[in-house]
Write a protein that binds this ligand. Structure first.
Ligand code: AP5
Length: 198
């Protein structure tokens, strides 16, 4: 099983590229943002906690996220691969995922770091806010999300680079152009996993 992390700033295309990889490889997809929005919609206790943070552009506390993800990781089997989208998002979350997988004799195989300039991120998110009405896609919250990304999330790139699994991907251009940059990286990782298990 291949564990792929799709990593990048808000609006970098994590969800969009995840969909392309699901279509091509049939991987399972887990988005912490989608999970939290579903909890908010269902008005669960977790959703109530999450709403307090998401609506202001802040991160939901690590212990809440790690507990939610532990349940997910524990129950995964019989799949070609999993795409983690929006998780981990802090170095403590990265460390937690790393040790969670190790406890299951598993590992992070690949981290795809989508690199997109800030003005493009803002343009994409404002456009999505206009079209879909997503509550955190307004200028004030976008600025906060980008600031939180720089202060709390960006350091994860060094964490995964030190582990030897980080791949930087130019995240501008059309969706298809970006997918075409990602596919050889995923194919290479699948080959390596196959060779190791033969
Ligand atoms: P989350 O839902 O993960 O949001 P995000 O990281 O802000 O990312 P987005 O969904 O906004 O962007 P994306 O990179 O997926 O880009 P997309 O493909 O959608 O998290 C939301 C909140 O939940 C967080 O702020 C936090 O509060 C909380 N949270 C989630 N996970 C957490 C965690 N682990 N720990 C703590 N808190 C957590 O694309 C964006 C737009 O651009 C779309 O409209 C798309 O159509 C368009 N687009 C994409 N690619 C292109 C392209 N190539 N050209 C033109 N347009 C494009």
């Amino acid at each position: 099983m291949l564990n792929v992390l799709i990593f990048g700033a808000p609006g970098s295309g994590k969800g969009t590229q995840s969909e392309e990889l699901i279509r091509k490889y049939g991987f399972k997809h887990i988005s912490t943002g989608d999970m939290l929005r579903a909890e908010i919609k269902a008005q669960t206790p977790l959703g109530e906690i999450a709403a307090r943070y998401i609506n202001d552009g802040n991160l939901v506390p690590d212990d809440v996220i790690v507990e939610m993800m532990e349940q997910f990781v524990l129950t995964q089997k019989d799949t070609e691969g999993i795409i983690y989208d929006g998780f981990p998002r802090t170095v403590p979350q990265g460390e937690a995922l790393w040790s969670m997988l190790e406890r299951h004799n598993d590992k992070v195989d690949l981290v795809l770091n989508l690199q997109v300039p800030e003005e493009v991120l803002i343009e994409r998110l404002l456009h999505r806010g206009e079209v879909s009405g997503r509550a955190d896609d307004n200028m004030e919250t976008i600025r906060k999300r980008l600031e939180v990304y720089e202060t709390s999330t960006a350091a994860l790139a060094d964490f995964f680079s030190a582990k030897g699994v980080l791949h930087n991907v130019v995240g501008t251009g059309t969706v298809e152009e970006i997918t075409a940059r990602i596919i050889p990286i995923v194919d290479g990782a699948l080959e390596r996993v196959k060779t190791l298990t033969q």
